[in-house]
Design a protein around this ligand. Sequence first.
Ligand code: NAD
Ligand code: WQD
Length: 341
Amino acid sequence: MVMLLTGGAGYIGSHTALVLLEAGYDVVVYDNLSNSSPESLRRVERLSGRSLTFIEADIRDTARLEQALTEHAVDAVIHFAGLKAVGESTEKPLAYYENNVGGTLSLCQAMRAADVRTLVFSSSATVYAESDEMPLTEAAPTGRPTNPYGSSKLMIEWILQDLYAANPDWSIAILRYFNPAGAHESGEIGEDPNGIPNNLLPYVSQVAVGRLEQLSIYGNDYATPDGTGVRDYIHVMDLAEGHLKAANAIARASGLHLWNLGTGKGYSVLEAVQAFERVSQRPVPYRVVGRRPGDIAQCWADPRKAEAELDWQCSRGIDDIMADAWRWQSHNPQGYRDSER
Ligand code: NAD
Ligand code: WQD
């Protein structure tokens, strides 16, 4: 089976490419490298002992996408490509809607033209309405996201639902990720954000490795056990394996499915920092500052639907996430730039 991964050179896409190659799939990565390095793909090839096809192009180029789908006889698409920086999305809403929503429309049009109707989409727990009731099942109401990034994910979900309603021969999986974190256990591939990281784990590991001075913890006055925000951190390899299972499941029959990919456990910022320090044996200096606009107190998944329907389960815990994040960061202090020089 041939899988085309839009955004496959990025953080989650590169780990998924590795899992797919190891499972025997042929992989075509379609990425404009706007937030990634081709070095990730070279390392994926080395780790798997297999080669993949890389196409450097933009998903908004519908003709190029259609050509790629046809030329490589693609069976299914996993759609990771998009912009994902929440803060930046409030400053550049049009760029986010154009890339994420416009890019997805372009992808669906190219798929229709090439007669490829099997699609796995990277959505996010950010589409859920803020709630005091945890864990979140797929039936929990969606909300009005607090930023254009989140809105773009919800808009894409609506587009895919409408597409399926009109074309029930499509097979679509919408995967709502909780908080992806960690790295492949080899330490060879991992998360390599441009500039100052927005997300907790890359920030913590860059403090530990000495690239950043101190972590700012955004608020300790939430209604949570220790006052800091609680999230469901899912190991990126468990997440990658979830994509393999989802792609297999939807290849069998048409349908539209929603699946949460999370662990079902929440950890506070302080618990996450302590776990990182314990596992890495490195101090992570921090100070508590005010809340970050748009943040919520708590968010964790009920993953039972995905577990039952996909025969999938997370096998890695918080200590594995921290150990693997640290192995990646300490082996590659400047990320992929270390080998680009
Ligand atoms: P990433 O930035 O590492 O990967 C995205 C990839 O898409 C990059 O390689 C980038 O170069 C590429 N890309 C962006 N715009 C493109 C375009 N127009 N054409 C072609 N390629 C393009 O991000 P990630 O963390 O791997 O996230 C993958 C997907 O999962 C994204 O859609 C993101 O919104 C979603 N997601 C991520 C998280 C998270 O915390 N990382 C959580 C929920 C959902
Ligand atoms: C986790 C916790 C912060 C950084 C975001 C997006 C979501 C999804 C995943 C992607 C929170 C705290 C963080 C720091 C801190 N996106 N924190 N200091 O906000 O749950 O989700 O990423 O595509 O859509 O909203 O993740 O890692 O930013 O934050 O105290 O420097 O860590 O307040 O409680 P978040 P995060």
